[in-house]
Design a protein around this ligand. Structure first.
Ligand code: PRP
Ligand code: ZN
Length: 284
């Protein structure tokens, strides 16, 4: 039995999706040029789709799970749920208009024709703001719509803002914020759920490792209590005596978020020769 995963064929999420699987020890065999690729060493088959289609394919059971923006799930609203956020692919769904057009408030959207691949999310936003605009649903290349006279405005994903900039558009309203997530079909067979749990364990290990660093240092013994106080580690720090009497080597794990604060304190407690190394996987 194989778990079928849908991945973006090309675009914002593609590279990070493949990288995540690789860090989970899953290599896809015939590259990503094909529609489909089996994994060498994990019961998984990857399908490459346009990101906008992934939630629908997962809802329909064409794929079991997918890596896609959370925003796309909101667009589909059926038989598919967000299981786990992945911490990459952050972007926002926004409304943009030609940069030469004046804009003061959401009222200025009244009566405009807005091109989008996300009609449901746009419709919700417009109704909430009591704006009546003409939603023009298209399947891609939304950003060129105003330039060719197909629409007055667009509603599309913005990440770096490059696409808007190169098409002479400016962002005027943010509808929602999104990041990549594992989405899953609500009716998975038990065997597939088992494979999925295994995958999730690996993904969490990779994510935890990314957020933590392994740290080693030498410290005078009379400071060990102070040093252990700022270094909780997974259980408690490892302390090994050095050949030089009165000194020890201390090893622990530090969270990326408190990293510099911890380093400052360690220095004030006379720690020396501090080494910091990345962690590849971390299973708690
Ligand atoms: C989205 C969106 C823009 C681009 C915006 O495309 O439709 O084209 O990303 O990113 P930027 O602000 O960094 O330029 P996506 O990657 O979803 O590919 P798609 O066009 O195939 O849907
Ligand atoms: Zn897209």
């Amino acid at each position: 039995m194989m778990l079928r995963i849908a991945i973006q064929k090309s675009g914002r999420l593609h590279d990070d999706s493949i990288k995540l699987l690789r860090e989970c020890g899953i290599e896809l065999n015939n590259g990503t040029k094909q529609l489909k690729a089996a994994a060498f060493n994990f019961p998984m088959e990857a399908y490459f789709f346009r990101d906008d289609d992934i939630a629908q394919y997962v809802a329909d059971g064409v794929a079991d799970i997918g890596i896609v923006g959370e925003n796309i799930v909101q667009e589909v609203e059926e038989d598919v749920e967000i299981l786990h956020k992945l911490g990459f692919g952050s972007c926002r769904l926004s409304i943009a208009i030609p940069k030469t057009v004046n804009y003061n408030s959401v009222r200025d959207l009244d009566g405009l024709k807005i091109a989008t691949t996300y009609p449901n999310s746009l419709n919700k936003f417009l109704s909430k703001n009591h704006v009546s605009a003409d939603i023009h649903t298209i399947s891609g290349s939304v950003e060129i719509a105003p330039g060719i006279g197909l629409a007055d405005a667009i509603c599309d994903l913005v990440s770096s803002g490059n696409t808007l900039f190169t098409n002479g558009l400016k962002e005027v309203e943010v509808i929602l914020k999104s990041e990549a997530a594992i989405v899953v079909n609500n009716h998975l067979e038990e065997e597939k759920k088992r494979i999925l749990n295994n995958l999730l364990l690996r993904i969490k290990a990779v994510q935890t490792a990314r957020n933590n660093k392994y740290i080693m240092m030498n410290a005078p013994n009379h400071q060990l209590d102070n040093i252990c106080g700022v270094l909780p580690g997974m259980k408690s720090p490892t302390i090994v005596p050095l050949a030089e009497s009165g000194w020890s080597s201390v090893q622990s794990v530090v969270n990326e978020n408190d990293f510099w604060e911890v380093i400052e304190k360690l220095k004030s407690f006379e720690a020396e020769g501090i080494l910091v190394v990345p962690i590849e996987k971390m299973i708690l």
